[in-house]
Write a protein that binds this ligand. Structure first.
Ligand SMILES: Nc1ncnc2c1ncn2[C@@H]1O[C@H](COP(=O)(O)OP(=O)(O)O)[C@@H](O)[C@H]1O
Ligand SMILES: [Mg+2]
Length: 257
């Protein structure tokens, strides 16, 4: 359903994604793991075209775009592909001067031009889904990090995207608040939401993802079933990386937070 073919992304001379070809099935949940600077965020941002690939092809659903150096894709083509994706960021990025429900309604009213009352009803249903209906009229600043992230997930789902892209959705949260976000994302996974989740959070990865990709220095080192990649990886490099994830999880669990 999402198809990346021979994606290269350069920032100046820095080759950040090196010939990435990957497919993501409808209804699948994929964890994207790897060391900092390995290209996880850039890969997610190349799927929704917040970053424009230097070369290669991106297909989401029936919409496909080819990229070549010095060729500027049409803004309308970028928009139509981006509209099929929803993005959840590490630091939530809610609009601070809009209430929780107004954050969720925004794209429905402004982009999809739904009548306000219809948008409000849809937004309320989404807030219920993430357990935040009781805070519909709250300002983001009055919500905990976990609550803000749950509103951000509802906002990303509002235009009914084909895929939810999550960039380290629990990294800014302490373990207890991360837990409530993990719960919401696992529920979405069980309902068949297509997701690609960049994460260092082994609990999140192992409770949501059936597929995993280990990305380092812009290259896919290993990919396969999440269970296998996290418990019995094939590559030596993947083994060492997974060991660091397991260790940091143990430290968190032992920290008593
Ligand atoms: N906007 C940018 N301009 C220049 N370099 C960037 C930009 N975004 C990311 N990079 C570089 O791309 C590489 C991959 O970064 P990133 O995708 O953020 O990795 P990760 O999310 O795995 O930590 C890093 O070397 C980073 O410095
Ligand atoms: Mg990142």
């Amino acid at each position: 359903m999402i198809e990346l073919s021979h994606i290269e992304k350069r920032f100046g001379d820095n080759l950040v994604l090196n010939d990435i070809s990957l497919g993501f099935r409808e209804g699948s949940v994929t964890a994207l793991v790897g060391p900092s600077g390995g290209g996880k965020s850039t890969l997610l941002r190349c799927i929704n075209l917040l970053e424009i690939p230097t070369t290669g092809r991106v297909q989401v659903g029936e919409t496909a775009l080819e990229f070549a150096p010095d060729v500027k894709p049409a803004a309308s083509a970028i928009q139509s592909l981006r509209r099929q994706t929803g993005m959840v960021f590490q630091n939530f990025q809610l609009f601070p001067h809009r209430t929780a429900i107004e954050n969720v309604m925004e794209s429905l009213v402004v982009v999809l031009r739904q009548p306000k009352e219809q948008a409000r009803a849809h937004a309320m249903a989404l807030l219920e889904k993430v357990g935040m209906a009781h805070k519909a009229d709250a300002w983001p600043a009055t919500l905990s990090g976990g609550q803000q992230q749950r509103v951000a997930i509802a906002r990303a789902l509002a235009p009914s995207p084909r895929v939810l892209l999550c960039d380290e959705p629990t990294s800014a949260l302490d373990p207890e608040l991360a837990g409530e976000v993990v719960e919401v994302l696992s529920q979405l996974a069980r309902e068949g939401t297509t997701m690609v989740i960049a994460t260092h959070d082994l609990r999140l990865a192992s409770t949501t993802a059936e597929e995993a990709i280990f990305l380092e220095a812009g290259v896919v080192v290993e990919k396969g079933p999440a269970r296998k990649l996290f418990s019995a990886p094939e590559r030596e490099r993947t083994k060492r990386f997974v060991a660091t994830l397991v260790q940091s999880r143990g430290e968190q669990a032992g920290s008593g937070i």
